[in-house]
Design a protein around this ligand. Sequence first.
Ligand code: BDR
Ligand code: CA
Length: 312
Amino acid sequence: MPPKPVIIDTDPGQDDAFAILLALATPELDVLGLTTVAGNMGLAQTTDNARRIVELAGRGDTPVYAGAPRPLMRAPRPVPEIHGDTGIDGWDWAPAAQPPETGHAVDFIINTVSSHSGPVTLIALGPQTNIALALRRAPEIAAQIDRIVFMGGGFFEGGNMSPAAEYNILVDPEAARIVLGSGIPITAVPLDCTHKAPAPLGWSQTLADHGTPVMRACAGMMEFFERYGNAKYGTATRPLHDAIAVSALLWPELFDGRHCPVDIECAGELTTGMTVVDWLRQTGKPDNCLWLNACHDPAEVYARMGAALARL
Ligand code: BDR
Ligand code: CA
């Protein structure tokens, strides 16, 4: 099988960093480029982080394009309390050797999808602002998008930024609604799935033991990332949400879910950003999404992820 061409839209974020490194390490994926969005950090920081990550992987030739500096209709909501002052705290990062590309992320998505020899898969790991803008500006590209795999939302698990809303959807609910209404095949990787896939206990030490720069960086980021989540949830280990989204694309046999209609609450007083999943198909609306809610073998997911990262 030829590698699957993908564009990764991202707001690194330690778990974004794992997702990007995993994608770059995997011969089954051809990473055509990274597009960045304001999310965990402001746009300048997420873009610089994306450059640092591709260079750490020894893949500085991967183009990085900066995109939307704010959500479609709302103010940005950076979360340094979760990800640290840089967004990828936990490792002493070398400054990026190369600047990002000069074009805009939305142009890159439109031009790449429309000129590529076959359908392209989009992996969305942050607020979905860039993808919504691309679909609004050039709706015809929908036909050439094989699938959108996004990390976001939570129905059975509720939210992680409000009782009802997960971070990526809460930051730009209008964008997520546009994406879900696009008619493109979508796989959602919500908290309902990622919470079933916590990293093995002490995984950061396993990573560190490999000794390579990538594995030591991953170990440091994992340790930092887990500290906040474990304190909040009272757990001893945390899931790498965005890396689980890439894992679900790579290894669908390890995950499960259901095709159903999903919509986004954009106006609720208490529920803005909620992913309203019609799990029992009560609305009669058409299915627009494969909503993952199970991971059969988290140990296997992290074993495969670790083996891939060790190749970098
Ligand atoms: C999502 O929110 C961000 O903080 C993470 O990078 C991930 O994409 C998890 O809710
Ligand atoms: Ca993210």
